[in-house]
Design a protein around this ligand. Structure first.
Ligand SMILES: *Cc1c(COP(=O)(O)O)cnc(C)c1O
Length: 467
């Protein structure tokens, strides 16, 4: 499989190169040059397969010979063997037509584990054949950092340096990062905000001497392999609800548009998807873009769903490219200059048959949490509740099953859940010892040169181990 940039000005890469690369050199995101198709018989044949075999069948065309089927299966078995549920991503019925797809049974209790557990293994596999050492750098406000650290801890030929704002992530989130004591994991608490930490990471990538010496890499959701791993559970859920003979709708709590774009890819591959419901909180840039065509960033309002508090949705560019590729470079230049741009008619009419969107406020979110708890006996997290509220409000034929993606375990956001439902979810036993474990992190000033010096003293150069 060949991968091309959404901006059209970067070299074509294969799967291995695209996994290690992250962002394209022209500022765009990599996408497959064609969408592979599964025909009706191939989709029907997924029924009865377990998660790992489904993953191999869905991802095989994207991996395109870089990894053989047996090895891909072994990697998936290792990645998903760490999930605490035999079904990996089980479906739970809420009422006659509404279902929850529980994506939070991984080691750090958020859906990001589904993709990052596999990505960590892919990194190790590809680096083992190269004379290269990788240094992953990231900034986190919570979920991504813990999932990336868990996925990369102890892996050969890769170090991870994760910056978090000191005192501004929850105790659970901090401990999920700082109690991982593997020697290749480096937690840095910055005396500043998340935006300060994020700006520092960007500045490090912009220093060619530093970035080149240590082969800096990123694991945020612009990485194609992460999206690829998320396509799997759309197929897995839909065939359990009657696909390919019955179309299924999905409601997705959306921030960076990675998760819902994976659903779009599933539809492009031939899965009968009745609707993709893009659910946002009050930070509603995507809802405005899909309903009016205006993609305009505003200020970010902090909410009870921090993983959806965004003003720029990186993966949206992949959809725009698929619907009208020629327009994208100009649109992105306009957005960089004005923080605003317009979708073309081709993009709007192309998105309309499949996508709808909804903006869910704090009251609607709480109501959805209460409904799930009182009517269906399910305690759900605030992010999942945003999607469930959108699912229940969607205008769809009555015989279409609606699957709400549950992206975080309720215990990860215990305070918000307790406020809405009166129930305080307890942490699952597998992470219950979190508060007894030793923590390790470095506290650094909000100063780029100090952070770079700290990393340079601990990271391994890209080629060879001695200077
Ligand atoms: C990251 C995240 C999201 C948003 O997913 P995107 O792929 O960025 O749209 C939603 N819910 C939770 C709990 C998350 O961690």
């Amino acid at each position: 499989m060949d991968y091309i940039s959404t901006r059209g000005a970067s070299p074509t890469l294969d799967f291995e190169a695209v996994t290690l690369a992250g962002l394209a050199g022209d500022g765009g995101l990599y996408v497959p040059s064609v969408w592979p198709r599964l025909d009706r018989a191939e989709i029907a044949a997924l029924a009865g397969l377990d998660y790992v075999d489904t993953a191999v069948a869905v991802m095989r065309p994207f991996v395109g010979g870089a990894i053989g089927d047996d090895e891909l299966k072994a990697l998936c078995a290792q990645a998903y063997g760490r999930f605490a549920h035999a079904g990996v991503t089980p479906l739970v019925q809420l009422d006659r037509r509404h279902w929850l797809l529980e994506l939070f049974h991984g080691p750090t209790l958020a859906f990001k584990d589904v993709a990052l557990q596999l990505l960590g293994l892919l990194f190790e596999r590809f680096l083992s054949r190269r004379d290269t050492h990788l240094t992953v750098i990231g900034a986190t406000s919570g979920d991504t950092g813990s999932a990336a650290i868990d996925a990369l801890a102890g892996r050969a030929k890769v170090d991870i340096f994760m910056l978090h704002p000191h005192g501004r992530v929850s105790d659970v989130q901090r401990r999920q990062m700082t109690t991982v004591l593997a020697p290749n994991v480096h937690n840095i608490a910055i005396e500043g905000s998340f935006d300060d930490a994020q700006a520092m990471v960007k500045a490090m990538f912009a220093r060619p001497d530093f970035a080149g010496r240590f082969a800096l890499s990123a694991v945020n959701s612009i990485n194609w392999a992460r999206l690829m791993a998320q396509i799997v559970y759309y197929f897995y859920a839909a065939v359990r609800l009657g696909a390919p003979d019955r179309p299924v709708a999905f409601a997705v709590p959306t921030g960076n548009f990675g998760d819902v774009f994976a659903g779009y890819v599933a539809a492009r591959m031939g899965l009968p998807v009745a609707r993709l419901i893009v659910a946002t909180n009050v930070n509603d840039i995507l809802h405005r873009a899909l309903s009016t065509g205006d993609y305009a960033a505003g200020p970010v309002t902090p909410t009870a769903t921090p993983s959806m508090d965004i003003q720029v949705s990186s993966n949206f560019e992949r959809l725009l490219h698929d619907l009208d590729a020629a327009a994208v470079p100009g649109q992105m230049a306009a957005f960089a200059a004005n923080r605003a741009m317009r979708l073309t008619d081709a993009q709007l009419t192309g998105a309309r048959p499949l996508f709808s969107s909804a903006r869910i406020d704090a009251d609607e979110m709480s109501l959805a949490m209460r409904w799930a708890s009182e009517r269906a006996g399910q305690v759900i997290d605030p992010h999942s509740a945003i999607a469930l509220a959108a699912a229940r409000a969607a205008d769809l034929p009555g015989d279409v099953p609606v699957v709400t993606l549950a992206t975080a375990h309720p215990a990860k956001f215990r305070d918000a859940v307790e406020r809405a439902t009166g129930i305080r979810p307890s942490l699952p036993a597998r992470v219950g010892k979190l508060f007894e474990r030793e923590e390790r992190f470095s506290l650094l000033p909000n100063d780029l040169d100090a952070v770079i010096a700290h990393i340079a003293a601990r990271a391994t150069p890209a080629h060879g181990t001695s200077a």
